[in-house]
Design a protein. Structure first.
Length: 323
């Protein structure tokens, strides 16, 4: 099975006809390389194995859950794609171990659900693997698709730890370094489970915002405020990202003024020879850099050509900071 076909099958969405082929540069290229390596790892579990058709009713879910949302727009799109074009890539299952004739999903839960909803068999590879290999395969396949949010990855990591897996297995499953896993664990230790479940996957919220919220929600002095927000019926009618923002705003009264001040922040820089003048703006969500003067164009090209190395250095330094 070619790697390209695997990646197409993991999303079950075709490439857009006639779409422009823009070259990938900088951090984006590094991300694609990382996903490509993860896809290779996931592909190994399917290589050289026979594909069979299974009744979805004989297949059970994994013993460790990795998602907070079960029925979102992406899943509806997947159902329609499989309805129209069929299931491109098989799921991976293993024999149940306790019940003959039954299986357990390793990865491909949403493809299984889609097949069940459509009333058709699911294409699957059956492979006898142990629990450790199971969780690594499950985590790597999810990371290759890059569609789990930070908090879903953190919840998956916490569940693996509760099942007795060490940090090495968790890091391998999530393709994350030790510092990143440690930060995930810290967030999950501070945040009550009911808060995570109430907010949901929050696809637009990254790691640092979750760290901030966990520090606020983890304070005993804020327990009553958290309970009040979660008990509000209007809160549960909001989309997941908005639920996060609502709780964050309730616990951090100074959030908006801080953002307003940060949005106006502007920094300028100029070297001794004054051949470049740079202006930087940072509002916490977006960062812009503009340059002018004699060497601006050449210096800009110099920076652009080194984005890969600079981003890797940034990640390394972030990792050394720990929690």
């Amino acid at each position: 099975m070619a790697r390209k076909n695997l990646l197409e099958g993991l999303t079950e969405m075709p490439e857009s006809a006639g779409a422009p082929n823009y070259p990938m540069r900088g951090a984006g290229r590094s991300l694609v390389r990382s996903l490509d390596e993860l896809a290779k790892q996931a592909e190994k579990f399917l290589e050289g194995e026979a594909v069979v058709d299974l009744d979805p009713d004989v297949v059970e879910v994994s013993f460790v859950k990795d998602r907070l949302s079960e029925d979102d727009e992406a899943f509806r799109a997947l159902v329609e794609a499989i309805r129209a074009r069929g299931q491109h890539t098989p799921i991976l299952v293993r024999p149940h171990g306790k019940i003959d004739g039954r299986y357990q999903v390793v990865f491909g839960h949403r493809r299984l659900r889609a097949a069940r909803e459509l009333g058709r068999n699911v294409r699957a590879v059956v492979k006898a693997i142990d629990d450790r290999t199971h969780v690594i395969a499950q985590g790597q396949e999810n990371s290759a698709r890059a569609d789990l949010t930070f908090i879903e990855r953190a919840l998956f990591a916490k569940r693996l730890e509760e099942l007795g897996y060490d940090r090495e297995v968790i890091s391998t499953a999530l393709a994350a370094n030790a510092a990143s896993v440690s930060k995930m664990m810290s967030v999950m230790e501070r945040l009550p489970q009911e808060v995570v479940q109430a907010i949901g996957p929050a696809p637009g919220v990254g790691r640092e915002r979750w760290v901030e919220l966990s520090l606020l929600a983890g304070k005993s002095a804020n327990a009553a405020s958290v309970a009040k927000v979660l008990e509000d019926d209007n809160f549960h009618e909001l989309p997941s990202d908005k639920r996060f923002e609502a709780l964050y705003a309730a616990l951090n009264k100074s959030a908006r003024p801080v953002r307003k001040t940060a949005a106006a922040r502007k920094v300028t820089w100029q070297p001794l020879d004054k051949a470049v003048q740079a202006e930087m703006k940072n509002d916490g969500k977006a960062f812009s850099l503009s340059m002018k003067a004699r060497n601006a164009g050449r210096f800009g090209e110099f920076l652009s050509g080194r984005l890969d190395a600079l981003y890797e250095q940034f990640l390394a330094e972030e990792g050394t900071q720990g929690d």
